[in-house]
Design a binder for this molecule. Structure first.
Ligand SMILES: Cc1ncc(COP(=O)(O)O)c(C=O)c1O
Length: 463
């Protein structure tokens, strides 16, 4: 057996990439107000900003796109996708959306009001913001192990069931229009949720009459982890495991830009016909007619094919091992990461690595900027830039427990030597870590500030 599974594909078309000079990198990041979202992609060498929509489609997906039916209503491509979604997820009703947050917006606009509180293990930023935008409160009830970075727990994405029970009895089910869980838990390290936990969450929600929705962006990676780690699933197919997971839920939404390996797309699916009808009305207002959502017929085709490919066990074996390889090597350098390595990304513990930078000066932002300046690598801060907020009652800043930087790995895009390059750059940064300073925000919007905020260095730094 080889130590690391080789890529189960070969490369038929290449996209050249280039390491910009140090001067170009310095100019680009200054122009961007030190926000890596504002750096033009041509000035990035290895782009680990996100695994969302950045995957490489297969020859089958490209071929399927040629068969896209672009009819406004009732396109063949829609029925093909409907069939795929019913087979894999088991929901009778679904609508395509242009991406995950459009589905979150529709669900929130219909169900959330100023009294609503929505529990999950951890809401991702767009889910969090869509709930807040409707006046509701997102509540994170992941188990405490999720915050113990070095603890190796196979299912660190699990929800804390007793806190969930307690939360429901304190809040009252009438104020919880739906409950959810995110698989895998992106905001908490891409960690999986066990089937046992999903069943437990489902039972609690249902005991109280609360509809249960799953944020399914990375459901296939979660299925793979269940097969590897949960007792009793070793001989089950990933398709079977997916069926079991979604059988516990009343609905799901998916940003298909992740595990369905498409560059754009998403959907919202459910069992309840009344809700579906309301969803359709909202969809027509915001996205498009219910048989295309915000997508072209060719996108629906790529999505149907990608949903099946994303569940392929050989592909997932390579993918999860590529992430683990990156994580293990980074750990060897001495850099703390969330353990064990997650499915789609490695999360560096910037708070510990750059402990001389206080949370109010964004150590994660400092590390992300260093990765770009030193090696043209783009990553994303998942810490106080993304999640700190002012307490509405007393105006004090509430900081998240962890200051992380996420290295998200696009699907089927980078090879092992790209990973080795990232490791080498991180080694340099780690050796010189004391020379990096923090940042202050000089512009921020009200919601989702990490996308457009601008920063200034707290002290000048040289590289
Ligand atoms: C867990 C999770 N939910 C929702 C979303 C939102 O999806 P989209 O970017 O397609 O709007 C993301 C995107 O990264 C995500 O990771």
């Amino acid at each position: 057996m080889a130590k690391h599974p080789a890529e189960p594909f070969r490369i038929k078309m290449v996209e050249p990439i280039r390491l910009p000079s140090l001067e170009e990198r310095q100019n680009a990041i200054i122009q961007a107000g030190y926000n890596l979202f504002a750096v033009p992609a041509e000035f990035v060498f290895i782009d680990l900003l996100t695994d969302s929509g950045t995957g490489a489609m297969s020859q089958k997906q490209w071929a399927a796109m040629m068969e896209g039916d672009e009819s406004y209503a009732g396109a063949r491509s829609y029925y093909k996708l409907k069939d795929t979604i019913t087979k894999i997820f088991g929901f009778e009703y679904f609508v395509p959306t242009h991406q995950g947050r459009a589905a979150e917006n529709i669900l929130s606009s219909l169900l959330v009001n100023s009294k609503s509180q929505i529990p999950s293990n951890m809401h991702f930023d767009t889910t969090d913001a869509n709930i807040r935008a409707r006046g509701g409160r997102p509540i994170n009830l992941v188990n405490e192990n999720a915050f113990n970075i070095s603890l190796v727990d196979p299912f660190k994405g699990n929800m804390d069931l007793s806190r969930l029970e307690d939360f429901i009895s304190r809040t009252g089910p009438e104020n919880i229009p739906f409950g959810c869980i995110t698989i895998t838990n992106n905001a908490g390290g891409g960690q999986p949720v066990s089937l046992e936990n999903i069943q437990g969450v489902s039972e609690i929600y249902h005991e109280h009459g609360i509809p249960f929705f799953i944020d399914a962006c990375r459901f296939a990676e979660n299925c793979y982890f269940i097969k590897q780690r949960e007792k009793g699933y070793q001989d089950r197919s990933l398709f079977d495991i997916a069926g079991e997971i979604f059988n516990f839920a009343d609905g799901t939404w998916m940003s298909s830009k992740k595990d369905a390996i498409v560059n754009i797309g998403g959907f919202l699916a459910m069992r309840n016909k009344d809700l579906y009808q309301r969803v359709c009305n909202e969809l027509i207002l915001r996205e498009g007619f219910p048989t295309y959502g915000g997508l072209a017929g060719r996108d629906l085709e790529a999505l149907s094919a990608g949903l099946w490919e994303g569940l392929d066990e050989k592909y997932l074996e390579y993918r999860i091992n590529q992430t683990a390889y990156l994580g293990e090597r980074i750990k060897e350098i001495g850099i703390p990461i969330i353990q064990p390595p997650g499915g789609h990304a490695i999360y560096l513990d910037a708070g510990t690595m750059l402990s001389h930078i206080p949370q109010s000066e964004f150590p994660g932002q400092a590390l992300a900027a260093a990765l770009y300046l030193e090696g043209g690598i783009r990553a994303v801060e998942i810490g106080s830039v993304m999640f700190a907020y002012k307490d509405p009652e007393n105006g004090e800043m509430i900081y998240p427990k962890l200051e992380l930087v996420r290295l998200a790995i696009p699907r089927r895009v980078y090879t092992q030597s790209h990973m080795d390059y990232v490791i080498d750059i991180l080694e340099v940064i780690y050796k010189n870590r004391k020379k990096y300073f923090g940042y202050k925000i000089i512009y921020e919007p009200e919601l989702l500030r990490h996308f457009t905020a601008r920063f200034e260095l707290v002290k000048p730094q040289s590289i």
